[in-house]
Design a protein around this ligand. Structure first.
Ligand code: SF4
Length: 297
C-alpha cells in the first residue's frame, strides 16, 4: 500500500511567517499576546501557550489588557514597554489598530502581504465609490478586516443562493474580491451568477495561490486515492474546504485534527492512501500521520 502526500500541503507562506514572528518575539521575551489564535490550529496554539503566549479572544479582552491604559486620558509618547500584541496572518480591521494605538500597546503586525493587498484594493475601490462585494465567510476575521476597510457599501456573499438573491442598485459599479481561502470554483460560480443577473463589475481574483495549489493537488490525489486523510483544525476554513473537495471525489475521506482522531480500519484492497493538510497544519503533525499510516497499515 502506498501513502502519498499531496504535492502542496500544510503551512502556507503567510501562516509560517506569522508563527515564526511569534517565536522571534518569544526570544525577545516580552509579555506576548496574539489577537485571536495565531493560526487555526489548536496544537500550534497550545505549544505557544506553553511558552507563555496568551490569546486575546475579543476586542473587549484587548481593551481590558493589563498594562494597557487609555492613551487619551493618559497621553504618553512611549508605548507600554511590557506588552506586545501580534496581529495574525489574516489581519484585523482598522478599529483594532486604533485601539492598540490609543492604549499605547506595541503592535507586531504579521498580516500576510496577500491579505494586505486585498484590504488595500477594497479600500481604494471603495474610496472611488464602488460597491465592494466580498465572496467569503462573513464571520471570518479576514473578511471582517476587509469589510472594515470599506467606507462605502459592502456586501459579503458566501453561497450561490446569496448570489441569486443579492440586490444591487442599477447604476452601481461593483468590485468583486474573494477571501483568500475561498473555494476557487465556487467563487467563479458566484461571479457567473451575478453576471447572468446583469451585475458585472471589476472582478479581482484574490484567492491565494497557496489555497488554489492545495485545493488542486488535494483533488488530483483524491481522484487516485482509495482513502484520503485531511489533517487540520475544524475551525480552519481552508482545511474544511479541502475536506469538501476530497469528499466529492473520494468516498473514504477522513477529517482529523490530530493523530488521536485517526481510527482507520482499512480494507485489504486499499492501494493508495492520500494525505493532505490545511495551510495552518504544522509539518510535524503531517509527518506523524504519514509515519503512523506507513507503519501500521
Ligand atoms: Fe497568506 Fe495565502 Fe496563507 Fe492566506 S493562505 S495566509 S493569503 S499565504
Amino acid at each position: 500500500m502506498e501513502v502519498r502526500l499531496a504535492e502542496h500541503a500544510g503551512f502556507c507562506f503567510g501562516v509560517k511567517r506569522a508563527v515564526d514572528t511569534v517565536y522571534e518575539q518569544i526570544k525577545i521575551g516580552k509579555n506576548i499576546y496574539t489577537y485571536g489564535p495565531i493560526v487555526h490550529n489548536e496544537e500550534v496554539v497550545k505549544e505557544l501557550a506553553d511558552k507563555g503566549v496568551k490569546v486575546l479572544a475579543s476586542k473587549e479582552e484587548l481593551m481590558s489588557l493589563p498594562g494597557g491604559r487609555d492613551f487619551r486620558a493618559d497621553p504618553c509618547d512611549a508605548p507600554c514597554p511590557e506588552t506586545k500584541v501580534i496581529i495574525r496572518a489574516h489581519g484585523v480591521s482598522e478599529e483594532i489598530y486604533r485601539i492598540l494605538e490609543e492604549k499605547g500597546l506595541e503592535c507586531v503586525d504579521a498580516t500576510c502581504p496577500f491579505v494586505r493587498r486585498i484590504q488595500k484594493k477594497a479600500a481604494e475601490e471603495s474610496d472611488k465609490g464602488k460597491h465592494i462585494v466580498i465572496v467569503g465567510d462573513p464571520g471570518h476575521p479576514e473578511v471582517e478586516g476587509i469589510v472594515g476597510r470599506c467606507k462605502g457599501p459592502v456586501t459579503v456573499l458566501e453561497s450561490l443562493q446569496e448570489a441569486e438573491e443579492a440586490v444591487f442598485l442599477d447604476k452601481e459599479e461593483l468590485c468583486i474580491v474573494a477571501q483568500t481561502t475561498f473555494n476557487y470554483n465556487k467563487f467563479h460560480d458566484i461571479v457567473e451568477i451575478l453576471g447572468k443577473r446583469g451585475y458585472n463589475g471589476n472582478v479581482v481574483n484574490t484567492i491565494c495561490n497557496a489555497t488554489e495549489e492545495r485545493q488542486r493537488s488535494a483533488r488530483a490525489l483524491a481522484l487516485e486515492a482509495d482513502v484520503m486523510i485531511v489533517i487540520g483544525s475544524r475551525h480552519s476554513s481552508n482545511t474544511t474546504k479541502l475536506y469538501e473537495i476530497c469528499s466529492e471525489v473520494c468516498a473514504h475521506t477522513y477529517f482529523i485534527q490530530t493523530l488521536d482522531d485517526l481510527h482507520l480500519a482499512l480494507p485489504k484492497a486499499v492501494r493508495l492512501v492520500g494525505i493532505t493538510a490545511g495551510a495552518s497544519t504544522p509539518n510535524k503533525l503531517i509527518e506523524e500521520v504519514q509515519n503512523y499510516v506507513r507503519i501500521n497499515f
